[in-house]
Every structure is written in C-alpha cells, then in structure tokens.
Design a protein around this ligand. Structure first.
Ligand code: TMP
Length: 228
C-alpha cells in the first residue's frame, strides 16, 4: 500500500443510528474551520458504486434479479469499496486531505459477516486482498438502542420510497430483529477488538450532544488539521 498523508475517518452504526447526519454536521464544522473534507458513502460515492448501491439497497432487486446470494452481496460490497479506494480515498489521502466515509469494511463484517452469518474471517480476508488492508485512522461507531434505530430507519425509507416513485433503499431494513441484533453485537465486538481505532458513542443522545462528542474525539485525534 502506498504511504498516505491524509486522515481517513469512517462512520459506522446500524441503520437509523444517525451517522449520515453526523457526517454532514462534522463536515460543516470542519469547513467552518477552513478544512475541506472529502465525503464518501459506501456503497456508493463513485459512478460504479452508485450503480452497485441501487442494486444492493433496492428491495425489488431480489424479485427482479432472483434472490441475491449472500456471497454475491458481499462481493459487490467489496467491488464498490475497491473502486472507491482507487478513485476517491487514496487520491485524497495522498493530497493530504481528510476523508469522511459513511460506512466501510466494519459494515461488511457486521452485516454480511454477522447478519448474513458469512463469518468475520472471510470478510477480513477480502479486505486484505481487495482493499490493500487500508484501515481508517479513526472509526466513529454510533450504537443506539436496536429498536429505536430500526424504527427511525424504517420511517426514513418509507419517505424515500414515496419520493422516488416506488424505488426504495429498504433491502436491509426488511430483515428481522434477529438480523439486527447480530449486526449490533458484531459492531460491539469490533469495537472491543480494536479500541485504538474505534470510538463508540452508545445510547440515544440528541443530534447536538452526539455531534459535540464527535468533535471532541476528532479534535483530540487530528489536532494538526483542525484549529481550536
Ligand atoms: P446507508 O447508506 O443508509 O447506511 O445504507 C447502506 C445499507 O447497506 C445499510 O443497510 C448497511 C448495508 N451495508 C452492508 O450490508 N454491507 C456493507 O459493507 C455496507 C457498506 C453497507
């Protein structure tokens, strides 16, 4: 892997954890301090990735294409990731920029590894093979209570479906509670395994309370970038 100079921050959490809002809030705060972060989401964030996203997240895909095999789902998540590393993340890090990425390999470990029961080992082996083992400098993990997060995610997807003529981003949210309990437990296990990289914010705090905690974490970690 090419040596990198920027800072790579990922946001993780179950559906409805509020991480997308927090990426936006942190990005705005950085811009107000003269730092222009590069924003990215997975799956998505590149033209190829956005195509992959629409296949993987639309609940109609299983009807139109035949049930998507869990291994195919995992492979597509990594195809998306390999593309965005090549096209967006590495160039930005080489320019010395801050990359804020909404989901990364921890999502594959939590959703495909645990949710779909494919196992962590397989996911981590793919990460090594396809992502050059590129690790975030910092991962912010939002872990609200399972029920509340799911309710929020399902409400949001209903809005999305109404606004996009029946197309949805619902394929994962229709999974049962047991799936999301496995996802939640896997995230907690990743955080326990890698305390240097992963900082967990648990519970159901307000947007502003959580944003404040995130700013403190980021300031402590990347003081060189962000003037106080
Ligand atoms: P989001 O953009 O709203 O977070 O939705 C992305 C969905 O895709 C979410 O349900 C989690 C799922 N996902 C995986 O299952 N595996 C992955 O590797 C990634 C990046 C996302």
């Amino acid at each position: 892997m090419i040596p990198v100079r920027g800072t790579f921050i990922t946001f993780e959490g179950p559906d409805g954890s509020g991480k997308t809002t927090q990426v936006r809030v942190l990005a705005q705060w950085l811009r107000e301090r003269g730092v222009q972060p590069v924003l990215l989401r997975q799956p998505g964030g590149t033209p190829l990735g956005e195509r992959i996203r629409s296949i993987l997240l639309d609940s109609r895909s299983d009807l139109e294409l035949g049930p998507v095999a869990p291994m195919a789902e995992l492979a597509l998540m990594f195809a998306d990731r390999a593309q965005s590393i090549q096209q967006v993340v590495l160039p930005a890090l080489e320019r010395g920029e801050i990359v804020l990425c909404d989901r990364y390999t921890d999502s594959s470990e939590a959703y495909q590894g645990a949710g779909r029961s494919l196992g962590s080992e397989r996911v981590l082996a793919l990460h090594q093979a396809l992502c050059g083992d590129l690790q975030p400098d910092l991962t912010i993990l939002l872990l609200p209570d399972v029920e509340q997060a799911l309710e929020r995610a399902r409400r949001r997807n209903e809005r999305f479906r109404r606004q996009h003529g029946g197309k949805d981003e619902n394929r994962f949210e229709v999974e049962g509670d047991a799936f999301f309990r496995r996802v939640h437990a896997a995230y907690a296990a990743i955080a326990a395994r890698e305390p240097q990289r992963v900082v967990t914010i648990s519970g159901n705090g307000s947007i502003e309370t959580i944003a404040h905690s995130i700013r403190e974490i980021v300031q402590a970690r990347i003081a060189a970038f962000v003037p106080a």
